[in-house]
Design a binder for this molecule. Structure first.
Ligand code: IPE
Ligand code: IPE
Ligand code: MG
Length: 262
């Protein structure tokens, strides 16, 4: 059994264990995606199905995040970007928004030490300065605390919108042109990438969306140009190591052509 399996909660029933064992054997450790992005969706439906308040679904979703971060870290994945709160999620009732913000603060508080011990570097992408003060402060603290770590980079997409990100980049580029620091002729794809929140981070290789929805919901619009998509009907609170392995193994069987020929 590879060392990294010890990080995982071992399934209790035999058939799940067997499946995990099969998947582990099929995984090609030399062909791992460098950057995995996940739209953590389906928390509300998970709770409603059980007759629970939506907040319980969000709480349970944090457990999935905790697990998947550990798995990615121990597998040696370089970047994991998780969509936690979109610029459109402000449309939800204030009570739900507040619960999501409280859960973020709680997650960072509880997990920071362990993440740091595992060499995880935390970063945030999105207009995080517009989050409630306690959330933006917790994020700044977590980023500062882990900034020199060299293992998995965990990007938390918070108050993130792909269109917003491109809009912000265009503004910054405009300002630099007006200030004489940049000429319009020097604008190319690489330069634009460098003005995005994800500057310096390679584009996601694998983009995972659980919960059965088949849309991008304003996530990483620029960066996902050539990402491999993986969808699943599994709701995020039920998302576990087996699903992540299934997604990675499926990814490993794909032929990425980037418009060319193989
Ligand atoms: C994802 O779960 C969490 C956030 C969007 C913050 P949802 O809350 O969207 O769950 P569903 O889609 O309603 O089931
Ligand atoms: C996308 O999920 C945003 C996050 C998971 C944070 P949503 O539930 O907000 O997306 P839609 O409304 O189904 O497109
Ligand atoms: Mg949703």
């Amino acid at each position: 059994m590879p060392r990294w399996l010890s990080f995982w909660r071992v399934p209790k029933n035999k058939s799940d264990l067997k499946r995990l064992d099969e998947l582990t054997k099929s995984l090609d450790m030399s062909k791992l995606p460098v950057h995995i992005a996940i739209i953590m969706d389906g928390n509300g439906r998970w709770a409603t199905k059980r007759g629970l308040p939506r907040a319980m679904g969000h709480r349970s979703g944090v457990e999935s995040l905790r697990d998947i971060v550990k798995v990615c870290s121990s597998l040696g994945i370089r970047y994991l970007t998780v969509y936690a709160f979109s610029t459109e999620n402000w449309k939800r009732p204030t009570e739900e928004v507040n619960i999501l913000m409280d859960l973020l603060v709680e997650y960072l508080k509880k997990e920071l030490k362990e993440l740091h011990q595992n060499n995880v570097r935390i970063r945030a992408i999105g207009r995080t300065d517009e989050l409630p003060e306690k959330a933006s402060k917790a994020l700044v603290d977590a980023q500062n605390y882990t900034e020199n770590n060299t293992g998995l980079t965990l990007n938390l997409a918070l108050n993130y919108g792909g269109r917003n990100e491109i809009t912000d980049a265009v503004k910054l580029i405009g300002n630099d042109i007006a200030a004489g620091k940049l000429s319009p002729e020097s604008i190319n794809e690489e330069l634009i990438s460098g003005y995005l929140y994800t500057a310096g981070i390679p584009d996601p290789d694998l983009l995972i969306r659980p919960s059965g929805e088949l849309r991008i919901s304003n996530f990483l619009l620029w960066q996902a140009a050539y990402s491999e998509f993986w969808y699943s009907p599994v709701l995020w609170p039920d998302f576990r190591r087996v699903h992540l392995l299934e997604a990675i193994i499926d990814y490993q069987s794909r032929q990425r052509r980037f418009g060319g020929l193989k």
